[in-house]
Design a protein around this ligand. Structure first.
Ligand SMILES: *Cc1c(COP(=O)(O)O)cnc(C)c1O
Ligand SMILES: [Zn+2]
Length: 385
């Protein structure tokens, strides 16, 4: 009995996305070996049975911030240090492992992506020798496409946004032999399940659970997976309460934050997308219920949502690198900037920020000041030390 419906209690041993009884989203229940491993502090435990296609994803380190946030304690989980530079490797490893199983009906993977899922899926598919088609918006960050192309994937660009790409990926996955690996709950049941491990890792890494977990969201399978992981830990009495979840989106595309703040059901983002933070710009067109699942997790945890203007995001992106030595992509810096803006976070609170992707992936602020030198006097005399 691997999956159950939190709404009506329906159980299934199939890897199902939605409930046959009430159409709600199913939740993955990890096998008992996972919790045995947690008891024994084997932090390398896997959740989806044996992860066949793996290269050391997960078990990412923590780094405390010392300078840029005054008041609350902030601990960063460096998901940027996963094998391809983003947390998407967790889900990609799970999907590639499913397709690599001997008895699977799948022969190929399709994925809609704003860049990072494409790269991760391409890398893990290359390892397992599985064909993969990546569907990305035309304006996707060039360095992410280059990274994906190196793994030999087929790249398809769309003159549109992430939702246009997702619709095409869903249609491609109607072919019996193709699985959709997109980071959206309704695409497949594996990605959010794989992301549960973030919660188990935090449980093993921290002596005391934080008050808040701060997560940038597109549709939100990372947030939803972490929430499910904490629910599983709570139901088994490993933790006495669940941390509050703080979801972050860009002001220029914030369907989930808008719904959290107006206390309404998540609907599609109809306005034009007005943000440069492409990694999380998801208008949810055709699958608003995925965003609603994310909103419900936030509300049930006692959390809230914050939208950040790009100008503010870019400032935190710079400060994280300049003052803390942590170079992440702009979407990830939002997980720190949101703490500064969230009035519900008290000065005594402890926060964990998910730094979802590496700074090398995006060319932001690529103006570099250099000084030419020819001898050592230039270096000692002219450079500020
Ligand atoms: C995909 C992504 C997110 C958001 O993840 P979802 O759970 O898919 O909504 C956040 N940050 C970065 C850098 C990402 O690539
Ligand atoms: Zn149900």
């Amino acid at each position: 009995m691997k999956y159950h419906c939190p709404t009506c209690g329906y159980r299934s041993s199939q890897d199902k996305v939605t409930c046959e009884e009430c159409d709600g989203f199913m939740r993955y229940s990890p096998p008992k070996e996972v919790f045995q491993a947690i008891e024994e502090d084997h932090s390398s435990s896997v959740i989806l049975g044996s992860q066949k296609v793996s290269m050391g994803e997960g078990n990412t380190p923590l780094a405390e911030l010392n300078q840029i946030i005054s008041g609350p304690e902030v601990i960063c989980k460096l998901e940027s240090l996963n094998p391809t530079g983003s947390f998407k490797d967790r889900g990609a490893s799970a999907i590639a492992s499913v397709v690599a199983q001997a008895d699977t009906r799948y022969e190929a993977i399709v994925v809609a992506s704003t860049g990072n899922t494409a790269t991760s899926t391409a890398a893990y598919a290359a390892r397992a020798d599985i064909p993969v088609i990546l569907i990305v918006p035309e304006k996707t960050e060039k360095s992410k496409l280059t990274q994906a192309a190196r793994h030999g994937a087929t790249l398809a660009t769309v003159d549109g946004d992430f939702s246009n790409c997702f619709t095409l990926a869903q249609q491609a996955a109607e072919q019996n032999k193709i699985i959709n690996a997109t980071s959206v709950y309704s695409a497949n049941p594996y990605v959010a399940a794989a992301n549960q491990k973030v919660a188990y890792e935090l449980f093993l890494q921290l002596e005391k659970m934080p008050d808040w977990i701060v997560i940038p969201v597109g549709a939100g399978p990372l947030l939803g997976g972490i929430y499910d992981g904490f629910i599983e830990l709570h139901e088994r009495n490993y933790i006495s309460s669940i941390p509050r979840l703080l979801a972050v989106q860009a002001s220029g595309c914030q369907p989930i934050i808008r719904a959290i703040r107006t206390n309404s059901v998540v609907s599609e983002w109809e306005s034009p997308i007005r943000t440069d933070i492409n990694a999380i710009a998801d208008p949810l067109r055709g699958y608003a219920s995925d965003g609603e699942r994310t909103r419900r997790a936030v509300v049930e945890s006692g959390g809230t949502g914050i939208a950040l203007d790009d100008r503010v995001t870019k400032r935190w992106h710079r400060r994280l690198a300049d003052e803390e030595g942590i170079h992440v992509e702009p979407a990830s810096a939002m997980a720190v900037g949101a703490i500064n803006k969230c009035e519900l976070i008290g000065s005594e609170d402890r926060c964990v920020s998910l730094l979802t992707g590496h700074g090398l992936k995006e060319q932001v602020d690529n103006k570099v000041d250099t000084q030419e030198v020819t001898n050592v006097d230039d270096i000692i005399g002219n450079l500020r030390i």
